[in-house]
Design a protein around this ligand. Sequence first.
Ligand code: SAH
Ligand code: DHB
Ligand code: MG
Length: 214
Amino acid sequence: MTVYNEQTSQYIQNLFVRQDPPLQLAWDDTLKKGLPAISVKPEEGRFLQFLVRACCAKKAVEIGTLGGYSGIWIARGLPPGGKLFTLEKEPRHAAVAREHFTAADLDGRVEIRLGNAHQLLNGLTPEAPFDFVFIDAEKEGYPAYLDWALENVRLGGVIAIHNAFRKGSVIGLVENDEYTEAMRRFNQRFASEPRLLSTIFPAGDGTLIGVKVA
Ligand code: SAH
Ligand code: DHB
Ligand code: MG
């Protein structure tokens, strides 16, 4: 029998997720300001922080900032002097995220770059290699984002990608939407990528995770 459900999610949160005021602000205020309610869940954020710390990341990239909720978790896994570049195409989202990073005292550690991530990534390549990349923007872009991450993450670095389950549709729990088939194909590609040792962390909407092994 499987025990993963809303109650186990709550149990994990109660034990391991302390949402201090900056995290609570980023969560609440993102909704209050009318940005979409698609931030990672608290226990997914905690997992991102864990991954960043576990691979001793100093330089990280996030594709898809929104209100900065996941970015705060990622930045809090970095050591002093570490750096998160987070890419966002909507000026309004970037402005809201900036407030939240400031409130979390992370201005020195987080740089928001505004624009289409596909173009912005070219400008980040000179800063490579990176230790950690989190992909959470438009799903059509995932194949190209993964290509970039595979080229620009060091051996032993980690690539994490949100929405592997696409709300449950990829495994037939709910009806397919326009991205379901693409996400299935993407998950298949990720699973068979020889440069990665990979799996899915199943909390929330599922996070593909791979450590670069070749
Ligand atoms: N990681 C965030 C949620 C990101 S939601 C969190 O968990 O807190 C996806 C974000 O990606 C949105 O803010 C959207 O504007 C942005 N986005 C979508 N397509 C993009 C693109 N091509 N380049 C940059 N950002 C993009
Ligand atoms: C949706 C959720 C996400 O986490 C995301 O990155 C994009 C879209 C959604 O529920 O539509
Ligand atoms: Mg997402």
